[in-house]
Design a protein around this ligand. Structure first.
Ligand code: F6P
Length: 328
């Protein structure tokens, strides 16, 4: 076990609301414990390009309410190569950094794990920061709550106009591999159906249930489609349904990147603070190659390897069934 004296902190992959409160917690917990902190800009790209700066207590003043990440972020293919990783390692060593806190999703953790396996002298702790809520070992990831609230606000507005015009809306939400936002938003907005990457939906069944809804005097219908759903894309899906459900006026809305922005919710501010605080304490305690997460409202450490494990159907099947029942 090596003693940590200087921590590097970075955000990587897609930004997520709550990253700033988390950075603030990392910086201040480190300084409180007598450690130095270096902010690494644009994730692994900044490690390779040596884009780093010393952070002080006041470097993170008044950022709790800010969306995005003050450290900026990037998706960095060069870090996947041996050369990229070696350059990053040399830069990190030159700064005297011996502990890393990486805030991001599965791509970020994959890089972190490979890096620390190659260079075990740099301890690494991961913080689950992604709106996708798809990491094993934490019930919630940073940004999921805020993003879902943003989606709900948008869909509630769409419901107003859908209902006024008796229309059927197909709404695409984020989640290339994860239907977590779609499921929570579906329950919260009373969607008639949700389509998820984790589960295939027969178009015939969807059409049947939409027709039943009309017979049951539903004036509007909302179908939430997660970005990674395998039905062939939201526009083709809407066209296929339109052929069969002729008397419904169908519209398509793609919510896109607005889902990633905005001021973090109270939940994400507290979660970010807790995870940042826990990550630094984990480094001080000698942990490495682990993720700090939240389980049953307690902080839990999971190995990065396990956090990245593919778990079959990570969404809660009971919630899916409940949604189906409640939307009749
Ligand atoms: O991983 C977070 C996420 O927002 C996914 O839900 C989405 O599929 C992806 O990032 C979009 O990435 P980008 O902003 O790089 O297009």
């Amino acid at each position: 076990m090596h003693k940590i004296s200087k921590i590097g902190v970075l955000t990587s992959g897609g930004d997520a609301p709550g990253m700033n409160p988390c950075i603030r917690a990392v910086v201040r917990t480190a300084i409180y414990n007598g450690l130095q902190v270096v902010g690494i800009r644009q994730g692994y790209k900044g490690m390779i390009e040596n884009d780093m700066y010393d952070m002080e207590t006041r470097s993170v003043s008044n950022i709790l309410s800010l969306g995005g990440t003050i450290l900026k972020t990037a998706r960095c293919n060069e870090f996947r190569t041996d050369e990229g990783m070696e350059t990053a390692y040399k830069n990190i060593k030159a700064h005297g950094i011996d502990g890393l806190v990486v805030i991001g999703g599965d791509g970020t953790f994959t890089g972190a794990l490979r890096f620390s396996q190659k260079h075990p002298d740099i301890a690494v702790i991961g913080i689950p920061g992604t709106i996708d809520n798809d990491l094993y070992g934490s019930t919630y990831t940073l940004g999921f709550d805020t993003a879902t609230n943003t989606v709900i606000e948008a869909i509630d507005k769409i419901r107003d106009t859908a209902d006024s015009h008796d229309r059927l809306f197909f709404i695409e939400v984020m989640g290339r591999d994860s239907g977590a936002i779609a499921l929570r938003a579906g329950i919260s907005c009373g969607a008639e159906a949700i389509l998820l990457p984790e589960k295939s939906t027969a178009i015939d069944d969807l059409i049947k249930s939409l027709k039943e809804g009309q017979l049951n005097k539903k004036s509007s219908s909302i179908v939430i489609v997660a970005e990674g759903d395998k039905s062939g894309g939201i526009y083709d899906l809407a066209k296929a349904v339109q052929k069969e459900v002729k008397n419904y006026d169908i519209k398509v809305t793609i919510l896109g990147h607005l889902q990633r922005g905005g001021s973090p919710s109270s939940f994400d501010r507290v979660l970010g603070s807790r995870l940042g605080f826990a990550a630094v304490n984990a480094l001080i305690a000698g942990h490495s190659q682990k993720m700090v997460g939240l389980s049953a409202n307690f902080i839990k450490l999971t190995t990065l390897e396990e956090a990245l494990t593919e778990h079959e159907f990570k969404l809660e099947p009971d919630l899916l069934k409940m949604m189906e029942v409640l939307s009749i």
